[in-house]
Design a protein around this ligand. Structure first.
Ligand code: GDP
Length: 478
């Protein structure tokens, strides 16, 4: 841990030259821009007669988030919805169609801009917020950064195609996140569409729709013809009522970054989804290891706004650097505090990155199992053929003891892809690749994020390794 002489002076509210002089007295020659270690800094602080306060990560996080909201302060808030499904099943078309149901936007008449999320106001006056990056990659990427933004997942399934590989991936990602699913059976305008086949196929994934006696809402729609969009919205509002979503709008704002980029002429720009409180112009905030002051807020119609309450996505200008999607966004009381936290986080982030490069997520999971903190070993299984996949799944399901069970997050035929890797990273799972390889992107990601992909060609060896893992005794691959 180090600090520059200038920063130390700032934090003590002393002049830089005085700190340099004091350092000299202690026998340390340093200029204002040089860094000194924590022990030397402590000596200087004592010389000035100030109190030493070592800040831990927990102090920072608790201090900045403030108290939890009391039950009575919560007001109903709109749901936040993510659309997932197989490629070409109509995710983008459905997002566009839903956007056009916005009555507020029609009145405002602005030009629609892509800012990563948008909110619609429907005929009844209710509001729904949609995350505008369809697919589970973004969803899980954000979740792996600790951001749970989605209240409801809409699973789009084309009625002429049925459940496909990425449909299953999406189902498993949503289940892993414990987010309720509404099924949108799309393309019902097509002559070869067969919604009932989709409903039957859903059964295999433990999604039982209402007509079949279950509690999963399924709406037959056509994004192209805009059929039954009102029914889909109704289902979202119904589901959101069951979730009793609430937030306190009367406090300093906290939210999540949905998207961030550097724009020429505008500097770093982030789309922020406010989760509680109300964000205002002039607010000082920390986001990841960046900070700033809200200079302007712009909505998806390109209009400047002064305030943003819960579940409203807005573009924020005034950051000092670009944060990452999934980073938090927290308003703090003053600039000194924002600087301090951002700097502290920048440091711990670097430390964490160093630590992560040596230790995989699986290792951390195994530690938890060994210490009795976890009772499930999460796994993702990919295999060349359905037969071996089923054989592996059933042998692993038999392995459970009272203390530890395997939790199969996803099992599919095909090579290991990016979706498998993000799912594994966000859950601490290991990936079992049976007679298949990982594609280059997945391999790079796994290396970067220390996700354990293990390759097998004999089922017996899979079982053996999982047994070892369940007793916390598996040796690392690296
Ligand atoms: P995504 O990959 O899931 O985002 O799918 P897109 O929204 O890009 O749609 C894929 C293709 O299906 C496009 O050619 C769309 O025009 C078409 N499509 C989407 N929804 C419908 C629909 O309701 N009916 C019909 N007939 N075609 C649709």
């Amino acid at each position: 841990e180090t600090i520059t002489v200038q920063e130390l002076a700032n934090r003590m509210a002393e002049r830089g030259v005085e700190v340099v002089k004091t350092l000299m007295k202690l026998g340390v020659m340093a200029t204002i821009n040089q860094t000194i270690d924590a022990d030397t800094a402590e000596l200087v602080i004592e010389e000035f007669g100030h109190k030493i306060k070592r800040v831990t990560a927990a102090d920072v996080e608790i201090g900045m988030r403030g108290e939890d909201d009391e039950e009575g302060s919560l007001k109903p808030r709109p749901p936040v919805v993510t659309i997932m499904g197989h490629v070409d099943h109509g995710k983008t078309s459905l997002l566009d169609a839903l956007r056009s149901t916005d009555v507020a936007g029609r009145e405002a008449g602005g030009i629609t801009q892509h800012i990563g999320a948008y909110q619609v106001t429907v005929e009844s006056g209710d509001k729904v917020t949609f995350i505008d990056t369809p697919g589970h990659a973004a969803f899980t990427e954000m979740r792996s950064r600790g951001a749970n933004v989605t209240d409801i997942v809409i699973l789009v399934v084309a009625a002429d195609d049925g459940i496909m590989e990425q449909t299953v991936e999406a189902i498993n990602h949503a289940k892993a996140a414990e987010v309720p699913i509404i099924v949108a059976i799309n393309k019902i305008d097509r002559p070869d569409s067969d919604p009932n086949r989709v409903k039957t196929e859903l059964l295999q994934h433990e999604l039982v729709v209402e007509d079949m006696g279950g509690d999963i809402l399924a709406i037959e729609v056509s994004a192209k013809e805009r059929t039954n969009l009102d029914k889909l919205i109704e289902a979202i509002l119904l589901q959101s009522e069951l979730l009793e979503l609430g937030a306190n709008p009367d406090r300093a704002a906290q939210g999540v970054v949905i998207e961030a980029k550097l724009e020429r002429g505008r500097g770093p720009v982030a789309t922020v989804l406010v989760q509680r409180g109300t964000l205002k112009i002039g607010d000082i905030f920390v986001s990841g290891s960046e900070w700033g002051r809200v200079r302007a807020m712009i909505n998806e119609h390109g209009k400047s706004i002064e305030e943003a309450g819960p579940a409203l996505p807005v573009e924020v200008l005034g950051l000092n650097g670009a944060p990452l999607a999934g980073d938090d966004f927290i308003v703090v009381e003053h600039e000194a505090r924002a600087r301090e936290i951002a700097e502290f986080r920048g440091q711990t982030k670097r430390e964490k990155e160093m630590a992560a490069s040596g230790r995989g997520t699986l290792e951390q999971m195994l530690d938890k199992i060994k210490e009795g903190e976890a009772s499930e070993l999460p796994v993702v299984i990919k295999s060349d053929v359905q037969g071996s996949l089923e054989a592996i799944v059933s042998s692993l399901e038999k392995l459970g003891t009272d203390e530890v069970k395997t939790r199969i997050l996803h099992a599919g035929v095909g090579g290991v892809n990016e979706s498998d890797t993000t799912l594994a990273r966000s859950t601490g799972a290991m990936i079992i690749a049976f007679n298949v390889r990982a594609n280059p992107q997945a391999r790079d990601m796994a290396r970067r994020d220390a996700v354990d992909i293990r390759y097998y060609s004999i089922i017996y060896n899979v079982v053996d390794d999982i047994k070892a893992a369940m007793s916390g005794m598996l040796s690392p691959t690296q």
